[in-house]
Design a binder for this molecule. Structure first.
Ligand code: URA
Length: 302
């Protein structure tokens, strides 16, 4: 931020920062701020000091039984386009502002930013038919400094009842993919959906519903600023990346979502219906892990 000679913040820079902040909130659908919403315009260094490694996943007893054994080779052609990064601390989401208008939000402010957004989402009635039918909105769950964010489709009956994404059968498989497959803990990543409300009969989100709801997800991504996005299924692909290609064409390669390295793979519900496709999903996860610089948990480790 520009400084005036007497080391006072430049009021023009403050106004610019405030305008950017309010525009970002407005894009996420906020048309009012809670009275306690503080906007800190204090000058910040361009980068934030490294966030301490939040948690290193405990080794798990059983290996990737959710998918296929970790010894499955990743075909050369499926290897990441980007070379793997050196092992980086989990939870260090320190990207610059590539693709985002706001600077990285310091970790200690993300909880408040997400809580304010969740409060708005919880009373959202942009899709009155969904709002009337829901038990509650399902905002998202996980680490505010997650390096990796999973994006699914929409809450189902279990999620609508419990208020947390991916807690039903598909959620159990996703949790196994994260823990047994990747060796992370569910709470190390962030999990959200394209829609925050359950569509009737678990049908696919309609385009107008997605148009209403995706700005909330965009704001979550902007606040958490993950290094990697994993899009679960074609609904997430369609509404975050656009286009209508098959999963066969979209998976196992890198896409760009506002500067975030983005991978698509099969939705866990699809994998439950088509268990033979777990092999492909495992290839995708291994590619993601290679880029993140994380090793699969050792077979049989406790
Ligand atoms: N399927 C999804 O896409 N999201 C959930 O939260 C649960 C099931």
């Amino acid at each position: 931020m520009t400084e005036t000679p007497d080391d006072q913040p430049d009021p023009r820079a403050q106004i610019r920062a405030l305008k950017n902040h309010l525009e970002s909130l407005a894009r996420a659908g906020l048309d009012a701020l809670p009275v306690d919403h503080a906007i800190d315009l204090a000058p910040r260094p361009r980068t934030h000091p490294p966030v301490a490694r939040e948690t290193q996943a405990e080794p798990v007893a059983q290996h990737a039984s959710a998918l296929v054994p970790p010894t499955t080779p990743v075909p050369q052609a499926e290897r990441p386009i980007h070379s793997p990064q050196p092992q980086a601390p989990l939870g260090g989401s320190l990207l610059g502002s590539v693709g985002f208008e706001l600077p990285v939000i310091p970790l200690d402010e993300r909880g408040q930013a997400l809580a304010s957004l969740a409060a708005v989402v919880s009373t959202c009635r942009k899709c009155p038919h969904l709002a009337d039918a829901r038990t509650q909105t399902v905002f998202g769950v996980g680490s505010h400094s997650a390096r990796l964010m999973f994006v699914g489709e929409a809450p189902g009956a279990d999620e609508d009842r419990l208020g947390e994404p991916f807690v039903g059968r598909a959620g159990k498989l996703l949790t196994d993919m994260i823990t047994k497959g990747m060796g992370l803990r569910r709470e190390d990543v962030y999990i959200a959906n394209i829609l925050k409300c359950r569509p009737p009969d678990n049908r696919n989100p309609e385009p107008d519903e997605a148009a209403n709801c995706v700005p909330y997800l965009e704001r979550q991504i902007e606040v958490i600023r993950p290094e990697f996005l994993c899009l679960l299924g074609l609904v997430a692909v369609r509404y975050l990346l656009g286009g209508a290609q098959s999963m066969g064409r979209m998976r196992s390669r890198w896409h760009d979502y506002r500067g975030v390295r983005t991978m698509a793979t099969y939705h866990p519900s699809y994998l439950l219906r088509n268990p033979s496709m777990k092999r492909e999903a495992w290839v995708d996860l291994q590619m993601l892990m290679g880029a993140m610089g994380i090793e699969p948990p050792r077979r049989g480790s406790a």
